[in-house]
Design a protein. Structure first.
Length: 570
């Protein structure tokens, strides 16, 4: 694995004597003897007090494959920091598994964990006056959580993603966790047996790494490379590829170099960088969660980014990558084809990349893209003049049902207009029971409400419902909308993040069974086909439901969280 540093660059073997470090206030001078005494107890030496202190913020847990290997990654990063002339200090924060908690009350904790990750890393780093930060992420919310912490702190630092899981093999084809979720619907409708579902369950996740399609984790990994806060080429290396360890070591060395060059996140996270990230998301048919998380990250970075910006970028950006959940290939396939660097090259060649945007390596994103090496004969990323679709994978709809906007994933979809009668459910559980009971019919528009940031609270993902619909063979004939979220593994005609949400009296609260709902993709509209007077009258009679949580972190979140149209930020 090549070094990220420019040819001729030398790592500092020691500290520049004229440079003042942030950690000097922690460990310099006779008055700081008590602090040094405690640091000596954990292994610091006299020499260490002359070096930059680099926080290594880890999200390792034992509950999921996405993060189970991150201790190994952390050790390689720490070795790189030492080799670069710094002192690594590791801490750990939480992660909530979307795949495991999906369809349960536990899923309400997932989005909340994004902000808790950011909070905990910020507090640890501020509390100990570190000079730099490396954030190690795995499952979905840990990636934006780490980037949000870096944006707040604005200290030299970078994000390293643990990498994707290898696909499983079932009945002669590659499978992912998406296939298991859809298998539940297939089993419910009698298309496969419970024994076959169990066999699929045992084969889908063969080891460490995050979910293998262009689901939320790999979508946000893509965004971090395109925004420039992750070194280009590092994130897309699969979790168990030997090159991952080498890349982690180099990332550790780079973290020390960032301190000496005082290269900070807000120098990198510019409006142009965010537009590059959006382009990467829509060009790969990425998750709708990319909208939510990039809006929240931009807020932390002090960048003016709106939900409309996603539609502007998506209109001009083709889909080049043929990726699951709607396409054929997985993230390891993308890596073998040429990685995210190849996607950046497509954007560059199409003049859709802000080529002069700075990255964490000190090189511009354009310079990184020009070094792309495309594997001969690869079919994952189409040629620049032969895209999968001429426009991007996400669109923003507004209208009488979503005045602040909602997000529709159109990757893999051809329909431009869909109308149907509403089937209204006030929770995910109610909707899933209806799907499982085969009470949803072709042409229905399923409405799931009171699952937004405040109403859920926590804005649960709906993969259990959407995958069951696909598994039953209704994916192309049933539309769905919700004030909650969708998993990156969701595909079909599904609109999420409908805002304002039902819990605050948004129009979605007024929908009744049988009301006609129209999706107009061409004109970017989502409308409830009743008169303005009738809508106003219904909302006037509406009463807010009692909060589901009134105390603890979830109750506090419900009181403080903002609209999904602004990233569901606190």
């Amino acid at each position: 694995m090549a070094s990220f540093l420019d040819d001729g660059d030398l790592l500092f073997s020691g500290r520049n004597l004229f440079m003042k470090l942030r950690s000097d206030a922690l460990n310099k001078g006779y008055a700081r003897a008590p602090a040094r005494a405690m640091l000596r107890a954990v292994g610091f030496t006299d020499a260490d007090f002359r070096k930059p202190m680099i926080a290594v913020a880890n999200t390792w847990t034992e509950v999921m494959p996405c993060n189970i290997h991150l201790r190994r990654i952390a050790e390689k990063i720490k070795a790189g920091i030492r080799a670069g002339g710094g002192v690594p200090v590791e801490c750990n924060t939480i992660s909530v598994s979307d795949g495991i908690s999906m369809g349960t009350e536990g899923m309400k904790c997932s989005l909340i964990s994004r902000d808790l990750v950011a909070d905990s890393v910020e507090l640890f780093v501020r509390g100990h006056l570190f000079d730099g930060v490396v954030g190690i992420s795995g499952c979905d919310k840990t990636i934006p959580g780490m980037a949000m912490a870096l944006a707040r702190l604005n200290l030299p630092g970078l994000v390293v993603y643990g990498g994707s899981i290898a696909p499983g093999r079932f009945q002669g084809k590659d499978v992912t966790i998406q296939d298991v979720f859809e298998g539940v619907g297939a089993c419910s409708s009698g298309k496969i047996t419970e024994a076959q579902l169990t066999e699929l369950e045992k084969k889908a996740c063969p080891g460490a790494g995050a979910c293998g399609g262009q689901f939320t984790a790999n979508t946000m990994s893509t965004a971090m490379e395109l925004i420039g806060i992750s070194p280009m080429g590092v994130n897309s290396i699969p979790a168990m590829d030997p090159d991952k360890d080498k890349a982690a070591f180099e990332a550790g060395k780079l973290a020390v170099e960032l301190v000496f060059k005082n290269r900070t996140p807000r120098q990198i996270m510019t409006k142009q960088a965010f537009e590059n990230a959006i382009a990467g998301v829509v060009a790969t048919g990425g998750s709708t969660n990319g909208v939510l998380h990039l809006l929240a990250l931009a807020r932390e970075a002090g960048v003016k980014l709106s939900i409309e910006d996603f539609d502007v970028v998506s209109r001009r950006t083709p889909i080049w990558a043929d990726m699951k959940p709607w396409g054929r290939f997985t993230a390891p396939d993308m890596h073998r084809a040429g990685g995210i660097r190849l996607v950046a090259k497509r954007l560059l060649d199409a003049k859709l990349l802000h080529a002069n945007a700075l990255t964490v390596t000190g090189k511009t994103i354009g310079a990184e893209a020009r070094t792309a090496k495309e594997t001969r004969g690869q079919k994952v990323v189409r040629p620049v003049n032969q895209p999968v679709k001429p426009t991007g994978g996400l669109v923003i709809l507004k209208g009488s049902l979503s005045p602040e906007g909602c997000v529709l994933k159109v990757a893999g979809q051809t329909a431009l207009r869909v109308s149907g009668p509403a089937r209204v459910f006030d929770s995910e559980e109610q909707a899933f029971a209806a799907v499982k009971g085969r009470r949803i019919k072709k042409g229905d528009v399923v409405v799931i409400r009171y699952e937004g940031p405040r109403g859920g609270p926590g804005m649960r993902e709906m993969l259990a419902v959407t995958a069951a619909l696909v598994g039953e063979g209704l994916g192309d004939s049933v539309a769905l909308l919700t004030d909650g979220r969708f998993s990156g593994a969701t595909h079909g005609f599904m609109a999420g993040h409908v805002a304002p949400e039902a819990a605050v009296g948004g129009p979605i609260a007024a929908v009744r069974n049988g009301d006609l709902i129209t999706f107009d993709v061409k004109n970017r509209k989502l409308n409830l086909e009743i008169s303005k007077a009738e809508l106003k009258a219904r909302l006037k009679r509406w009463k807010a439901p009692k909060p589901k949580y009134t105390s603890g972190v979830i109750g506090r979140y419900a009181k403080m969280v903002g609209s999904a149209s602004q990233g569901a930020a606190l």
